[in-house]
Design a protein around this ligand. Structure first.
Ligand code: 13P
Length: 286
């Protein structure tokens, strides 16, 4: 099946009242575990490579591998650049073969975010790729695995500004800040569902929820019911893989490196399958 863009799958997810998982991979074994699970579940998938993970792989080689693999799969696959922070990174990603990019100007003042996003949209159009942007700011990162992050209401998305942003930039999907954070949460997550509903009422493009790890099934169901069509998800996969390796090592018998990778992949597959069920992604085929 050809590699697709967000435009090819997210509007359908919105109509069906479900979400598509955007799962980050930081290496080939993780990408394989994610893609194989989505084939098994027969659902579309957004396979995301984040700019902050570029240090773990050779981007050109990884994309060559993923493009060849995805083209052979019987499911729609979006190859998505996650959190590209500059025009240069977006252009490089498009040239190397992403079918979709996220330009993240969320830390910039509004007008600068608009200008950067517009430039990304114009560039992506030359490649037929889709563009996601972020308005408001979803905090947190991988450095906070121990203490976690708390969402800051001052950074939440303003509905009127969101409507203006989408009209001014022409993005295909909008990431919103409604209480999620990247990485572990400090305390229990709380989603501002009324705010999400207000954004949905004035923004027509599919909405994206970053920071999926740590949310409950009910959080996801409530958010999807209010227009979330793409969920970004990484930390739980990463931690589950590490836990699988720790458990195997704790058995105290000699194991080889491939055994560790295989155990980690099996755990990632479990987590991805569970999330697909929670997101209701199989509705896409109904
Ligand atoms: P988590 O790592 O918190 O699941 O967030 C992933 C994400 O939003 C990637 O963009």
């Amino acid at each position: 099946m050809p590699i697709v863009t967000l435009r090819d799958i997210l509007p359908l997810a919105q109509t069906k009242g479900c979400a598509v998982g955007s799962f980050n991979a930081a290496d080939v074994s993780m990408a394989d575990a994610i893609l194989d699970t989505c084939v098994q579940e027969n659902v579309p998938v957004i396979l995301s490579l984040a700019e902050v993970h570029y240090r773990y792989f050779d981007l050109a080689d990884f994309l060559t591998y993923l493009r060849a693999k995805a083209a052979k799969l019987p499911i729609p696959v979006v190859l998505h650049l996650d959190h590209g922070t500059s025009f240069g990174v977006i252009r490089q990603g498009l040239e190397l073969g992403f079918s979709s990019v996220m330009i993240d100007g969320s830390a910039l003042p509004y007008e600068e975010n608009v200008a950067l996003t517009k430039a990304a949209v114009k560039e992506a159009a030359c490649f037929g790729a889709s563009v996601e942007a972020e308005l408001g700011h979803v905090a947190g990162g991988e450095g906070n695995l121990v203490e976690g992050t708390a969402a800051n209401p001052a950074d939440f998305t303003d509905p009127e500004q969101a409507a203006r942003f989408v009209a001014e930039t022409g993005v295909d999907a909008l990431a919103v800040a409604i209480g999620t954070v990247h990485g572990p949460y400090q305390g229990k997550p709380h989603l501002e569902l009324e705010l999400l509903a207000k954004i949905r009422a004035v923004v027509s493009v599919p909405l994206v929820l970053h920071g999926g790890s740590g949310l409950s099934p009910d959080d996801f169901h409530q958010a999807i019911a209010r227009g979330i069509a793409k969920v970004n998800f990484f930390t739980e996969n990463s931690l589950a893989a590490v836990q699988a390796i720790q458990e195997l090592l704790a058995q105290g018998r000699p194991v080889g490196y491939p055994d560790l990778i295989t155990a980690a992949q099996a755990r990632v597959r479990e987590v991805v399958a569970r999330q697909i069920e929670i997101f209701g992604t199989r509705k896409m085929a109904e």
